[in-house]
Each structure stands twice: as C-alpha cells, then as structure tokens.
Write a protein that binds this ligand. Structure first.
Ligand code: SF4
Length: 696
C-alpha cells in the first residue's frame, strides 16, 4: 500500500520561495509520499514539485562517502555520477576534512585574499549564517556570496536604496485584500505555482490582474490587462505608466508629502515618457498604457509582484526603482492589500541573504564597511577581525580566479558550472582553482571540478529554519535518514571551522539560531522554541505572542527621516542588441517540473518522466520560417557558444524570441548567456542575449 507509513514529520518544501509546509510520510527512514499542510503561505496546497519531487533523496547517485580526487585526474564534465571512481577515491571523514581545511589554509597563508566561498540558498538559515561566518572569521574578508546574485540582487539593491529594507513589504497572501495587482517579469504558474493559485482566485473574484511580460504565459488567461511588451523595454514602459499618472493627476499627494523624498525630480523626469511617443520602443499601444495607469492608480489597494524578468537585466536595478516609484506615487505601501513583493526564487534565498551570505552585508543587511557593525559581530563571534572592504560577488569571483587572485574555493550546495552566465568561462575558472572543496548531495557538474567532495544531508534529512518570500521563518524538521556517511551541512561547516582553528563548539542548529538572534534584530521575539511550537513566525514579530506582521512600513520607512525615495530611472538598452549575425533574442528561465540546474528534479521519477529532456520554445511562425517541425532540433548560437536542442512550438513566445530553460546539462543554456552585469546589483543579463537560430 503506497499510503502505508510509520511516522509523519512536518517540514517545508525544499524548492521555491513560496515555502509550502509539508507532511513527510515516512517508512523505514525513507519518505514514501508528501502531503501539503496548513502553512501560512500554502494553506494546504502543493504544486507538482512539492508533491512528487522528493524521491531524489533516495536516488542511487547520492554521495555517501567523502571523495578525494585521484592524483592527476583531469578536471571537467567527465565524471559519471554512478561511477565517480575513475576520478575520485573514497576517503574517511577525518582524511577529507583534514585535506579540505589544510588546502584552504595553505592558500590563505600564502597570500591573503585567495580563498572565496559560495554558500547556498537551499540550506537553512543557520547553515547560511555559519558559512558566511567561516569565510569572514576564518579568512578575514568578505568574498562570500550565493545565488541571490543571479536572482534578485538588483531588486534588493533598489529596495535598500529607496525603501531601506530588502524584504517584501507585504505577503503575497495580501492579494486577498487588493483591488488590483501587477505581475511583471514573473511566470508564477510555473515558478511560484502555489502563489499563482491565490492570484488566479483573486482574478476570479473580480480583482484586476495586470500581467506585464514579453512572454504571454498562462497567467494571461486570468489577466484583466495583458501587456506583452518588447524584451528590454521595461523602463520606458514603466516610466510611461507613471507619466500618465502624473499627467492626469492620479498620484497620492498626501502620501507623497508624508512619506517620500525626491518627488519633484521624479515628476520632471517622467515628463519625457508620454506613452504615445514610446509605442515603437515598447510595442504597446498608448491607450493600453493609459488604461493600466488609471486602473492601478485609482484602485483602493494595489500590489506589485515581480520576478527575474525584472531583475536579470543590466538595468535590473532601474526596473525595480520604477516599480518602487509606482507604488510610492500611488500610496500603495504599508496598508492592507498593497505593497512591493519581489517573488523570491529559492526556498531560502530570503533567509540566506538575511543571514549575511552576501559580500557587502553582514546579517540583517548591516553594512560591512561600518566599523561599529563589524566590531559588534567580532564581539558576538568572540574573535576574528575581518576586512571592512566589500567582497567580490559570484561573477567577480570567477573573474578573479582567471586573473589569479582567487586560488581556492569552498562551495556548498551551489552549481556554478551550470548556473553562471557564460558558463564556459566559469567552468574554466573552476578547473583553474588550486583547491576546490565542494559540499553537496550529488556529484554535480561543479563537483566534477572538486579536489575534495563532502557528502551532505538533503533538506528532508536535516533540521533548521528557512525564510520564505513572505518573511515567514519556518521550521524544517529532519524526517529521512541521510544515506551512508552523509552529514548535515551545519555540522560539516562547523568541523571545517574547527580544523581551521576557529574553536567553534556548536552541537545543534538551535545554538546557531540563538547566536544569530544576537546580531539580527529582525528575529526579535522569534525563538527556536517558538518555531518548534508554532512552525512559522513572520518577521517582524512585535511580541512573543505576535505571529508577525504581514504588512510593513505603515508608519514610514527604515531610512533617514522615515521617508522612502524616488530614484528616477533612465533608459539603458540591453548590453547586446540583435544584429544581422545574431538577429533574435534569447531569454532563459525555469519550467514547472524542474528546479534550477536540475540536480534534484531530474532525479525525481515523476518530474523527470513529465519533462525528460532539454527543450526550447519558439513561435510556430519562426519554426515554419526555419523549416523545423515542432519536436525537431535547432541550433542556438551566441557570441559565447552554441548548443543543439529540441524545439517546441509556443505562441506565447514572440516571433523574434527563443525561450530556453536552464536545467539541462546536455544543452546548457548558460553556454549562451551574456555575463554583462547590472552595475548596482551585479546581476547578469540572463534575460536578453542576441542569438542566431537555425535548423540543426
Ligand atoms: Fe514547493 Fe514552491 Fe511548489 Fe510550494 S509552490 S510545493 S514551495 S515548489
């Protein structure tokens, strides 16, 4: 009987930032199936990944013993996960930890800032905190980052600049209290499916749903307004919406006067963006722009949701600045049904960022260049003076490897050999490293380049807290037993720190959580015991009884004077524009069934059966022009490289575009992508590369 189980354990889905609570049904130390339970974000719902994406943890490819590279074994994508012994040999934990620590320590001793770390947005808050602490305390600098750099770094940069906080101002469930919602540069039906169910219900109840995206994805069916604009034209489009609000006097002057600054500059700037003058650039009829502007500005309460279609551009920070300005000028922050909500990608990208796993901020976004902040953390940590210089970001670290500055890395649960832009450059950097320590659950593409691999427990095999897109801190509980000698990440990082002479003594994540609270005011009134008891508490929580505030900034903003700021955004074209050689536009993203680089979901039976291989989507007219039948193969070429991939016909994709998911190593999207970065958030332009498409 497939429904036969011994025990049920409550945890949190390990995939997206929605943070659905789950009940793991266990038998003989293994997960038999998963059910949704009544968490604050999911209210009992799960998507296909949450329901069926669990059996990867019992896959025969799981790493069960530490591995050390054989002398002289070549580094590269050539190791069979089922038979790693052509390149690696098994080692005891003692030998592997000693090798890992001594290699990093030697490089550090030789020449200062030569070691860098990538932590993980798929680990717990406690593990993210320990990882950044290890790099800062152990190596004395801030060269530590994680995949937020590839996802919402530009959103956080704009939010910190203009609102004073990088987190959402309202939970997505607040859509119940909204009259209008904008969803821009996001495809929640595929990427935040449970959140999308609330959006659909909102539309069915008569809420005005404004969907803005270069792709006409499935949420279009529920939209009151579909604004399918030209790729890269986000800033002129958003400025034109705001210019209508100014021209027609639809802004909320009382709110602007009370809570904002720099309005006059914004107003003047917008005068040059009348929608009638921008139709060619945005591809959108001025009448539709005016209707959208009026609909949003005249509603009682409006929410703005955005995803990586907004953030992954060289003008990603400007895109978010526009969205913040739109919310501020209409008074749509700090009240029920209103607010700013960048939909977070990974299950714990919010928590990992909050915990300081970023090169410019310590926990709770405290400025690493501030002497007082640094000494407060040195005091909490008991030792370990570290630099006040901002560290290198994900893509900068790879550049520094090529330049010879970074010579060793510790990578925990990240897969830059698949996820970095221009991945050929990243793979060459990984191969060049003199000492690479990889800690993961599978022999990932990145682990192929490691000198030593440390086998880790999967999320359902460990205990710790995670923070979802709604600022809800939730308790994840260990259910299944880790295979072989795999260990929880916090325990591995703790032992590595001990071997580096840092004297850490943690014996349980609750001790780490207690230490984090000392440096993180956002956790005030949230304790480990409360989370064990209540499962989830939203920050900020105003008292030990308060379940947390779904809406913030009702009384002003955490900036000087309590005022948010308008920062005008000018039009910056994409880094590459299509030309005769590369005439089309490549955009990359995810599919419902697969998660990021595919290491987990492609090893989940049901999900792999539904989406078994690499694919791209093209408009039927484009396929006809190329002479390719749906299901046939096409060649995609950019200035970085080329791949061959099966083509699907999809009317949602514009005729001059190709959409390519990045989960498939056999046709790795990031061989093609442009590494040009946003100057503020340092996020790459994954959403726009010039590409040539031909029949393969
Ligand atoms: Fe998991 Fe996200 Fe799906 Fe919820 S919506 S079940 S958190 S992948």
């Amino acid at each position: 009987d497939s429904r036969d189980f011994d025990e049920a354990v409550q945890s949190v889905c390990p995939f997206c930032g929605v943070g659905c609570q789950v009940s793991l049904k266990l038998k003989d130390g293994k997960v038999k199936y998963v059910e949704g339970i009544n968490g604050p974000a999911n209210e009992g719902r799960l998507c296909v990944k949450g329901r069926f994406g669990f059996d990867y943890i019992h896959h025969p490819h799981r790493l069960t013993k530490p591995l050390i590279r054989l002398d002289g074994a070549e580094k590269g994508l050539n190791v069979d996960p089922a038979n790693p012994f052509t390149h690696f040999r098994e080692a005891s934990w003692d030998e592997a930890m000693s090798f890992a620590a001594s290699g990093l320590a030697k490089l550090h001793d030789e020449r200062g800032e030569t070691v860098a770390g990538f932590g993980s947005a798929k680990c717990t808050n406690e593990e993210a905190y320990l990882f950044q602490k290890l790099i800062r305390q152990g190596f004395g600098h801030n060269n530590v980052d994680h995949c937020t750099r590839l996802c919402h770094a530009s959103s956080v940069s704009a939010l910190m600049e203009n609102v004073g906080s990088g987190a959402v101002s309202a939970t997505f469930n607040e859509i119940e209290n909204a009259d209008v919602a904008i969803v821009i540069g996001a495809n929640p039906i595929e990427n935040h499916p449970v959140a999308a169910t609330f959006f659909k219900q909102f539309a069915k109840r008569g809420g005005k749903l404004i969907v803005m995206d270069p792709r006409g994805h499935a949420l279009k069916r529920f939209a009151s307004h579909m604004v399918q604009f030209r790729p890269g034209a986000d800033v002129p489009l958003l400025n034109s919406i705001m210019s209508v609000i100014v021209e027609e006097g639809l802004y909320d002057q009382a709110y602007i006067d009370k809570f904002t600054e720099n309005w006059e500059a914004e107003k003047q700037h917008l005068a040059g963006f009348a929608p009638e003058t921008l139709e060619d650039l945005t591809g959108i009829d001025a009448a539709l722009v005016r209707d959208v502007a009026r609909t949003f500005a005249t509603a009682n309460a409006g929410l703005i949701f955005w995803g990586m279609g907004v953030s992954q551009h060289i003008h990603g920070t400007d895109n978010s600045r526009c969205l913040i300005s739109l919310a501020l000028m209409t008074g749509n922050v700090g009240k029920p049904g209103a607010g700013l909500h960048p939909l977070r990608g990974q299950n714990n990208v919010q928590g990992a960022s909050d915990a300081g796993l970023i090169p410019m901020f310590l926990p709770d976004y405290q400025d690493v260049t501030n002497d007082g902040v640094r000494s407060a953390f040195t005091e909490i940590w008991g030792s370990g003076d570290f630099s006040g210089k901002k560290g290198l970001t994900v893509t900068e670290i790879m550049d520094a490897v090529h330049e010879g500055g970074i010579r060793g890395m510790y990578i925990l649960g990240e897969n830059p050999a698949m996820s970095d832009p221009d991945v050929t450059h990243a793979r060459a950097a990984l191969a060049k490293l003199e000492h690479l320590v990889v800690q993961d659950i599978f022999l990932t593409e990145t682990a192929n380049y490691a000198d030593v691999i440390l086998p880790a427990a999967a999320f359902y095999e460990k205990t710790g807290t995670v923070t979802n897109t709604n600022r809800q801190v939730q308790m994840g509980r260990a259910g299944a037993t880790p295979p072989g000698e795999a260990r929880e990440d916090w325990a591995i990082t703790t032992e590595l720190a001990q071997r580096l002479g840092l004297g850490w003594t943690y014996t349980h994540p609750r001790e780490v959580f207690a230490e984090m609270k000392r440096g993180m005011p956002s956790f005030d009134n949230i304790t480990w015991e409360r989370l064990e008891r209540e499962d989830a508490v939203t920050y900020p929580s105003l008292s030990p009884e308060d379940p947390g505030q779904p809406i913030v900034f009702a009384d002003g903003f955490p900036r000087e004077g309590g005022r948010a700021r308008f920062t005008p955004a000018s039009v910056i074209p994409p880094d590459e524009t299509p030309d005769a050689e590369y005439p089309m536009i490549l955009t990359t993203g995810r599919q419902l069934e697969h998660w990021h680089t595919g290491s987990m979901t492609r090893r989940s039976k049901v999900l792999d059966a539904v989406e078994p291989g690499a694919n791209c989507s093209l408009h039927p007219s484009t396929l006809r022009r190329l002479g390719v039948e749906p299901g046939g193969m096409v060649k995609l070429q950019t200035r970085r490289g080329e791949i061959e991939v099966m083509a699907r016909a999809d009317r949602a994709v514009a005729p001059d575009m190709v959409f390519l998911p990045f989960a498939y190593v056999e046709a790795a999207a990031n061989i093609l992508t442009n590494p040009a970065i946003d100057p503020f958030g340092k996020i790459p332009e994954f959403k726009f590369s010039a590409v040539r498409v031909t029949a393969a």
